[in-house]
Design a protein around this ligand. Structure first.
Ligand code: KG4
Ligand code: ZN
Length: 341
């Protein structure tokens, strides 16, 4: 019996078109085409995103096959993101996945995008010794659309411990970046500027203190009023203080995230933590969570390439479903919203 399963993953939930190929949990290739078209609009424009997916998907597929050294005929199943995300974007990946499954007569596996982020920790590369988190563990999932702490019982069972009651951590970064005049997505720009600033120069609001759930809209509002007040006296306030503003604002987000995770760990008595989602690319978040090991935590920080949206995580999530014959039909229909179960 062939114990190696080759899965092709497709991710198109937002503004990244990605195709990846895994052999069991080993990543053979992962190609991502990011859409620059949204940068000047300050956010993702859904109609432009779906058009770009249509243009990108075939070249991205061909490159992923070529890098993996695989032919289409060697693929045993197609895993794809069914939701949550932008419906038009999801529709492109979903239709493409269905077409491939039909043409090749191989199973189709629908993957929840958030499960993909969580399971990105179960990918390994051909030249490395796998080091996967044990179960149960807590996953801090921080992206542009979600901020949650999940108790991960197995690759098939996820329990929501806490979530944001308003904005996601990524929105807290991106909306602040917009106020400061940066292009979308602003998270990486704030991260870069913060590295040259004093994180203790300014203080911003920390809503929902001592509670498990997150709230970021008050923080963003506190930045807005802080900027307005200071610009009244000095119109060049932002330009003159940009590094310290970024560093102080970022410090506040990092403190909120670490405080909530420590609270969740004490409540659940689970001290193995994984980070996932685009915001976990943030250098200060990675540093602060790595430091938790000195307090007895076991912490798994993802490789940067597995933090933002990618099809590798979708392919590996598909692998786990393949093992249980969890396939879907051609009637699978994309969904925009989903709260992790
Ligand atoms: O996971 P992701 O690629 O897409 C969603 O599923 O939402 O996350 C995108 C988010 C954006 O809000 C972006 O600003 C943020 O991740 N991000 C960062 C950094 N890199 C990406 N936020 C802070 N610091 C970074 N270095
Ligand atoms: Zn994502």
């Amino acid at each position: 019996m062939n114990t190696k399963v080759t899965i092709l993953g497709i991710e198109s939930s937002c503004d990244d078109t990605s195709v990846a190929i895994v052999e069991n949990q080993t990543l053979l290739s992962s190609v991502i085409a990011s859409q620059e078209v949204h940068r000047k609009y300050g956010g993702v424009i859904p109609e432009l995103a779906s058009r770009s997916h249509q243009i990108n998907i075939i070249p991205v597929l061909n490159e992923a096959l070529s890098l993996a050294g695989k032919k289409m005929s060697e693929i045993q199943a197609i895993a794809f993101t069914l939701g949550p995300g932008l419906l038009g974007s999801l529709m492109v990946g979903t239709s493409f996945a269905k077409g491939l499954s039909l043409a090749l007569d191989i199973p189709l596996i629908e993957v929840n995008h958030l499960h993909g982020h969580v399971l990105s920790h179960f990918l390994s590369e051909p030249d490395e010794i796998p080091n996967y988190p044990e179960f149960p563990h807590l996953c801090l999932l921080i992206s542009g659309g979600h901020t949650q702490v999940l108790k991960v019982h197995s690759p098939y069972s996820f329990e929501l411990v806490s979530t944001t009651i308003d904005d996601a951590a990524g929105e807290a970064f991106d909306k602040a970046a917009k106020l400061l005049g940066f292009d979308y997505p602003g998270g990486p720009v704030i991260d870069a500027y913060a590295q040259q600033g004093n994180p203790f120069r300014f203080d911003f609001a920390k809503p929902l203190k001592n509670e498990l759930n997150f709230s970021f809209s008050g923080l963003k509002t506190s930045l807005l009023y802080f900027l307005k007040d200071n610009i009244k006296n000095n119109p060049a306030f932002i330009q003159e203080n940009i590094y310290d503003i970024c560093a102080s604002y970022q410090r506040t987000i990092v403190e909120i995230l670490t405080e909530k995770v420590i609270l969740a760990a004490d409540k659940t008595k689970i001290y193995t933590i994984t980070l996932s989602g685009g915001v976990s690319a943030n250098s200060e978040i990675r540093k602060k969570f790595s430091d938790l090991t000195s307090q007895g935590f076991k912490v798994f920080i993802p490789k940067i390439k597995f933090t933002t949206d990618n099809a590798a995580m979708i392919a590996v999530a598909g692998y786990f479903k393949y093992l249980k014959n969890e396939f879907c039909g051609l009637n699978a229909s994309p969904y925009a919203k989903f709260t992790i179960r």
